[in-house]
Design a protein around this ligand. Sequence first.
Ligand code: M6R
Length: 690
Amino acid sequence: MCGIFAYLNFNVERERRYILQILFDGLRRLEYRGYDSAGIAIDDSFSRHPDTSNHFSATSPPPFVFRQAGNIESLVKFVYQGIADIDLNLEEVFSSHAGIAHTRWATHGEPAPRNSHPQSSGPGDDFLVVHNGVITNYEVLKETLVRYGFTFSSETDTEVIPKLAKFVFDNANVEGEQTVTFCQVVFEVMRHLEGAYALIFKSRHYPNELIACKHGSPLLLGVKELARDRNDNAVFQDSHFISKSEHPKELFLSSDAHAIVEHTKKVLVIEDGEVVHLKDGCVSILKFANEKGRQGGLSRPASVERALSVLEMEVEQINKGKYEHYMQKEIHEQPESLTTTMRGRLIRGGGSYKSKTVLLGGLKDHLKTIRRSRRIVFIGCGTSYNAALASRPILEELSGIPVSMEIASDLLDRQGPIYREDTAIFVSQSGETADTLLALEYARKNGALCVGVTNTVGSAIARNTHCGVHINAGAEIGVASTKAYTSQIVVMVMVALAIGGDTISNQARREAIIEGLLDLPNKAREVLKLDQEMKELAKLLIDEQSLLVFGRGYNYATALEGALKVKEIALMHSEGLLAGEMKHGPLALVDENLPIVVIATRDNCFSKQQSVIQQLHARKGRLIVMCSKGDGASVCPSGSCRAIEVPQVEDCLQPVVNILPLQLLAYHLTVLRGHNVDQPRNLAKSVTTQ
Ligand code: M6R
């Protein structure tokens, strides 16, 4: 996925230096979405280059476009160097100006300036576009445009968009007469695009205007209304509506709220098919009457009125605070994120047993249907899949319904059976993952009840499922998912409790789980004290090539997730294995050198794991055993291995506790091995392409 951002100031004076700063800060906030190349476009001024060659009187001089491979800081350096080279005045003041910016995670074409955004319509940069998503029919469009004389300079799918805009513009405006509006150009372009996109258009033919539109990929508009005080200074004015007047204002477009919240909390979540036009201090929203009919022919767009919503996010949530890395912060804030996940959802029951019960507002109207399902299917990718796997046993136990597991891409590859009697639960931190989204489309087509478990309010998965539960873990910025994982498990345990319902036979079990949930933040706090111990362990493992993690039962998922963390950020080969499978192959790898983590906390699999430990000892395995508090001496007699002791909790909650030391281990290994913690090689926070 990529990050797109734009800043438009209207009727309020801002220096070029300030505008650049806002664009760069926006990109820094979005950098976690993609970080292999970046770019911006800002205006030159009429005064510097009165453009007499152009037929269209309103046309502004070509903008400055800067594109660079590497992270945002390399773009920043490149831009300031470029500005110095052409002697551009950073103090020049613009009372209105529209700048756009992009941070990229390469999908079509290597990270290189030519493939970075803004992509251009060609010489003169008449139309510039920043894009998040994938245009699936770009090859056909490209062929057509080439036939009309366009030459392409990138390998991106995006380049067809500004070129198509120029084609539409040139053909609509005959004999030097500018008759077509910016909106009309964009509507016509959208009509030809297939795939997923969030786009921001900038054009020198429409100075100080921007157009944003989307289909599938997320996009928000932030609105900061300003008013004039007695001294004619622009001051902030709180409002739920966007003024239509000449009021000074600052407008921000962004792929997500992270880049907006420090400027304003008033936002408009742009919807699929909407075209948002920022012009002369007004924001007009136009939408095709029938979004589906869009590809078939140009229906007349209608104007839409919407009030602004208020972001619930705080700026502190997206800062690193006292931590060096986002991942470190997110690991350590799990006691709080778990509390927030449960807040208002565990309540005293009104039924005959007066016990505590679970209330999940987003599910309550669908519980009967879910209970009647023939099967529950968990669908997700990566960490989200692992969280679902960790919750599977308790869901099966409390609901009595068979639960099957599907990795989204594999379900799609197989076109596996999904029936109308199924409940499909889609688990995704971002709510944007392409495979999970496509699996959702597939499950809906097959008639299943679709439930979403996501961390992102308003995300595609949250919007397209029939019902769901938000995990409320707060912003997760590190690419390696940590606090979202533990909150996902907690939500799914609550889902299991809600589906299971109150019966006298399961009352004691339910009460124990609910008590365990309430105490979980304290237990997490206790485990996080192992930080230093995990750092010491990381020092011992720093030069290893490989690490195995054996788990079973509730903690098979812990083994998979612990190994995923290590490989993803510490860039060390690591494999999570089902301990029951050990003798069916992996045992051959065991020797005195290969480090092996065995998860052997107390639950119904404890004795089986003890026997695994013995067998590994017999083969002189180099073991690190995770065990319940007090068991260290017995699982590692006379220092035969290293023990990590964690508090024992209710079996279905143990994966939440057990993953924490492994997250810490992966974090410290990464730092010690000198790798990038928050932006691991080749990865982006969410994967919006298949
Ligand atoms: O946003 P999602 O939860 O749908 O993302 C799924 C995976 O891409 C994600 O969990 C990935 O595995 C993480 N980077 C792992 O830390």
